[in-house]
Design a binder for this molecule. Structure first.
Ligand code: SF4
Length: 477
């Protein structure tokens, strides 16, 4: 089982931390359907050199858009050696004809139903060319083969997914293409999800679900069950789900300490164009304040290059993030992934400029822009990252937090993420990344109520300390 990396993640000199965050859960999930007697080697090229000298009976490769060419090369290599090659994943589902040229069998959509069927057929030498998922359920799925994961290579080995898909339908999102032909959002049973959490060692969890609060009943029962488990966790949810009811309070009580939120754009026209209805007329600042009042750090996601964006969008977006104390920001150049409605629309309008999938990495401009030139978009995107993660802005955003502990947490989380790449690189190289987990857990641990009521003198000391750290770091970096 192989998860190929895009070229950048394979450099012998430099390993960005973002490629060593999460283990290949999808493949480990499929591995659970193999027999305990089967000999399995799960390789993740993001964190290890691939061994391609073996001669397996079956090769299973997960393909996403920016690893597609690498995946096809590996597939061709094994086909020449006489192995049976199976390709699956987002990109295969979006472009089955392209992927089929490199595989004996392709998988479309999620594999929980089709992979066991394939295994039966494969053993009977009657495997089909295409397996397409239609029945969507997570009931009775076997426990993920986490024993195949090299935990010490990842910062977040305890990543977990308890739902599939998302209830929304944004035009730029892969989700609808992947889940076409069946349910597009479904959950595990709460008991199964809690049992999976219970199997994970340590305190920290990262829910990789597209929308952890997407099914309010499920999420509410999950958080009830997690109370008292002494976990700290991170996840993702939409603006409207943060503002609605009291689910977010329940999440905080269960240990939620940081949330990825898709703000994407401030323009109602852009939101309408993207079919991101769940953000329309929602008070972003209110959502941010609610999260901060619960001690939840925010990773805000923003897209640049939607048709209404102008030259000011970059500064507007960075300033808003800093003034509202987002801990981290993730910026993307709008990318029309094949299979999405956005791609189809742009293709019809003759706006797709390249089909080199390596460039579909949300850092390059692959389509004809409207109000911005391609250079303005690319340069603005680069500027936004640099500006948001400048020391003065990290300091400013940290100082906007209400207590001295939150200021420090914000400062170290945000600074640590972008400013200490050489340290991350060293930990990755020495295969000790997992040793940083206690530090992450302590940054994410709950601020006690008495800590929140900081005196003004404590705040002044804290502000002064942060300024001094910033000045000394400016000298280093
Ligand atoms: S809310 Fe997020 S996961 Fe859901 S469809 Fe939109 S972009 Fe995709």
């Amino acid at each position: 089982m192989i998860l190929p990396a895009l070229a950048e993640a394979e450099s012998p000199f430099w390993r960005p931390i973002k490629y060593s965050l999460f283990p290949p859960l999808g493949l480990a999930t499929l591995a659970a359907y193999l027999s305990p007697d089967d000999e399995i080697d799960l390789q993740d090229q993001h964190v290890e050199d691939l061994n391609l000298t073996d001669s397996p009976d079956l090769v299973i490769i997960q393909v996403y858009i920016t690893n597609a060419y690498r995946a096809y090369q590996i597939a061709d290599h094994y086909k020449k050696k006489g192995a049976y090659v199976l390709l699956g994943g987002l990109h295969v589902t979006s472009l089955p004809e392209e992927a089929a040229l490199h595989a004996d069998t392709i998988f479309l959509g999620p594999g929980e139903e089709t992979f066991p069927q394939f295994l039966k057929d494969f053993k009977n030498k009657s495997a089909k060319k295409v397996y397409s998922s239609s029945i969507r359920t997570l009931e009775k799925i076997p426990p993920i083969r986490r024993d195949l994961i090299k935990r010490n290579r990842y910062l977040v080995p305890n990543s977990i997914v308890v739902t599939r898909g998302c209830p929304h339908h944004c035009d730029f999102c892969y989700k609808d293409a992947f889940f076409e032909g069946g349910r597009t959002f479904y959950t595990q049973t709460v008991d199964d999800a809690l049992a999976e959490i219970d199997r994970l060692p340590g305190r920290h969890l990262y829910f990789l679900d597209d929308h952890l609060l997407g099914n309010a009943k499920f999420a509410s029962e999950l958080f009830e069950g997690m109370r008292g488990m002494n976990r700290v966790f991170q996840g993702a949810a939409t603006v409207d789900s943060i503002l609605r009811g009291n689910l977010i309070e329940k999440a905080a009580e269960a240990g939620l300490r940081s949330l990825f939120v898709g703000f994407e754009t401030f323009s109602p026209a852009n939101l309408k164009q993207s079919n991101k209805k769940q953000n329309l007329e929602k008070d972003y600042v209110k959502a941010v304040n609610r999260l901060h009042s619960l001690g939840i750090m925010i990773n805000g996601s923003f897209v640049f290059g939607l048709d209404e964006d102008d030259k000011d969008v970059f500064k507007r977006t960075v300033d808003w993030g800093v003034n509202n104390s987002l801990t981290t920001s993730t910026y993307h150049v709008l990318t029309p992934y094949p299979g999405t409605k956005l791609f189809k629309d742009m293709e019809q309008q003759g706006r797709i400029l390249t089909r080199n999938w390596d460039l579909y990495d949300t850092r390059n401009v692959v389509y004809k822009t409207i109000n911005l030139t391609s250079d303005e978009l690319k340069n603005g995107y680069n500027w936004a990252y640099k500006e948001f993660y400048s020391w003065p802005n990290i300091l400013k955003a940290s100082l906007n937090q209400d207590s001295h502990k939150h200021k420090l947490k914000h400062f170290f989380y945000s600074g640590g993420w972008k400013k200490f790449e050489p340290v991350w690189n060293f930990m990755i190289k020495t295969k000790n990344l997992n040793g940083m987990l206690p530090l992450l857990e302590s940054i994410l641990s709950k601020v006690k109520t008495q800590d929140k009521v900081a005196t003004s003198s404590q705040d002044m000391i804290s502000n002064k300390q942060l300024e001094l750290i910033t000045q000394s770091n400016d000298n280093i970096w």
